[in-house]
Design a protein around this ligand. Structure first.
Ligand code: SAH
Ligand code: SF4
Length: 426
């Protein structure tokens, strides 16, 4: 495999892959002429929406609370459901706004219960060809929790060499509402809003199924930090979606200057995609390392606001056969993390069509995790989930993008794309 070379002389001679492909784009909230959905908005944006339709300032506090409850606790889909909102206001709201969610284009359910949704966002303009960007979102049920893996961007500008999302061309930031809507859609689909689940008192309990959020879908959350901070605040609002911030984990490839702000303003749990213990190898796997090398990254981790043994940082380590999985790597990993309250999460590499790596053998992963465990770290190996539906980490890439790539390939081969589009995906 021509991936990992520890020979620094050779390294200088190798062509260097770009760290980033293109700057990310922030889309317009709503296209002119389209009604705006109130789903996913912050309290401040809801207030502004009410002021825009002429609700008096002194009334907005109460009205925001009502809308908040209907949207985030009850999962209302129509303004007409809002029994404590007057008829006149309901009509005004319906005239200017909607409660639309992103459209579920497809749902795949794995044999192990994992569900993957392909969601189409409302169109935002030319950069998503006026048809709405598509992103993926995955629900992973567990014994004592249900984890929703959300996306923060369409695609990713970074170019980690083992990640499928990083090969996607189209990139834009998701808005706060588009991030929050992923949780709303999941609760809709799972029947996880109040009143949808039967319970003893008949009222239903909110959020029994989705209990945890991980920002481990498409995109680099710290390149869209404003929206991520607001999304965490909406998702963790105790009068609404009511997730605990301790159950919201933001994973980053290591945007060093943004990490402290994530801690201070989102107060979310931090996961770092480390994957290598030496700069020469990490430069290759996570090219952003050339900008923010390991020592700098670990320094900000040591100072992450609120870090303690009760609030540890998760270090993700993808197991790549013959690349980063030796006993020496495991020992170096343990030495490197000394003094940082840490958990180590070993992720079996998920191959995707065209990827140049292989997943380490199970015996190797076992041995690696034993070394880490003996050094005092809990080192759960992330069980591959939803593999049969390509729902695992690093495999998320939108269908449109895949279709375009296929269509391009067919065109390059002189076969034309129409038949493919007409026939649909295989
Ligand atoms: N951009 C952020 C979050 C999204 S990626 C980040 O990089 O942290 C979520 C996790 O999946 C990261 O740890 C990433 O390194 C890992 N990952 C990416 N591609 C993978 C693959 N093919 N197999 C296993 N894990 C992968
Ligand atoms: Fe982007 Fe994360 Fe994939 Fe790297 S691993 S390309 S940062 S999504």
């Amino acid at each position: 495999m021509a991936t990992a070379s520890f020979d620094t002389a050779g390294r200088a001679a190798r062509p260097v892959s770009p760290i980033e492909k293109a700057p990310e784009v922030t889309a317009l909230a709503t296209l002119p002429g389209r009604k705006r959905s109130l789903v996913g908005l912050t309290r401040a944006d809801l207030k502004q929406a009410l002021l825009d339709i002429g609700v008096a300032e002194r009334e907005t506090r109460m009205r925001v609370s009502q809308l908040w409850h209907w949207i985030y606790v009850r999962g209302a889909r129509e303004f007409s459901e809002m029994t404590n909102v007057g008829k006149g206001l309901k009509a005004q709201l319906a005239e200017r706004f909607t409660l639309e969610r992103p459209e579920i284009v497809s749902e795949q359910v794995s044999r192990d219960g994992t569900r993957k949704w392909l969601l189409r966002m409302a169109p935002t303009g030319a950069h998503d060809h006026n048809r709405g960007a598509e992103i993926e979102c995955v629900y992973i049920p567990g014994d004592d929790r249900g984890t929703l893996c959300v996306s923060s961007q369409v695609g990713c500008t970074l170019t980690c060499s083992f990640c499928h999302t990083g090969t996607q061309r189209l990139v834009r930031n998701l808005s706060t509402a588009e991030i929050v809507s992923q949780l709303v859609v999941a609760r809709d689909a799972l029947g996880d809003f109040a009143g949808q689940m039967p319970s003893k008192d008949g009222g239903g309990e909110v959020g029994r199924l989705v209990t945890n959020i991980v920002f481990m879908g498409m995109g680099e959350p710290l390149y869209n930090l404003d929206a991520v901070i607001d999304a965490v605040s909406v998702m963790s609002d105790q009068e609404g979606l009511a997730l605990s911030r301790r159950r919201i984990t933001v994973s980053t490839s290591g945007i060093v200057p943004q990490i402290e702000r994530l801690g201070l303003e989102a107060n979310a749990m931090l996961a770092i995609s480390l994957h290598a213990v030496r700069d020469d190898l990490r430069d290759e796997l996570v090219p952003l390392n050339r900008k923010y090398p390991i020592a700098q990254l670990l320094e900000v981790c040591r100072n992450y606001p609120g870090v303690s043994n009760a609030r540890r940082i998760t270090f993700e380590y993808v197991m790549l056969k013959g690349v980063n999985d030796s006993d020496a790597d495991a020992r170096a990993l343990v030495r490197l993390l000394k003094g940082i309250p840490a958990k180590i999460n070993l992720i079996p590499f998920n191959p995707w069509p065209g990827s140049k790596y292989e997943c380490s053998d199970w015996e190797r992963i076992d041995r690696f995790s034993e070394i880490v465990f003996n050094a005092g770290y809990a080192s759960p190996v992330r069980t591959p989930r939803g593999r049969d539906i390509l729902a695992a980490c690093g495999q998320l890439k939108s269908e449109t993008e895949k279709m375009r790539a296929r269509a391009r390939m067919l065109m390059e081969e002189g076969l034309g794309a129409e038949g493919f589009y007409a026939g649909g995906e295989d």
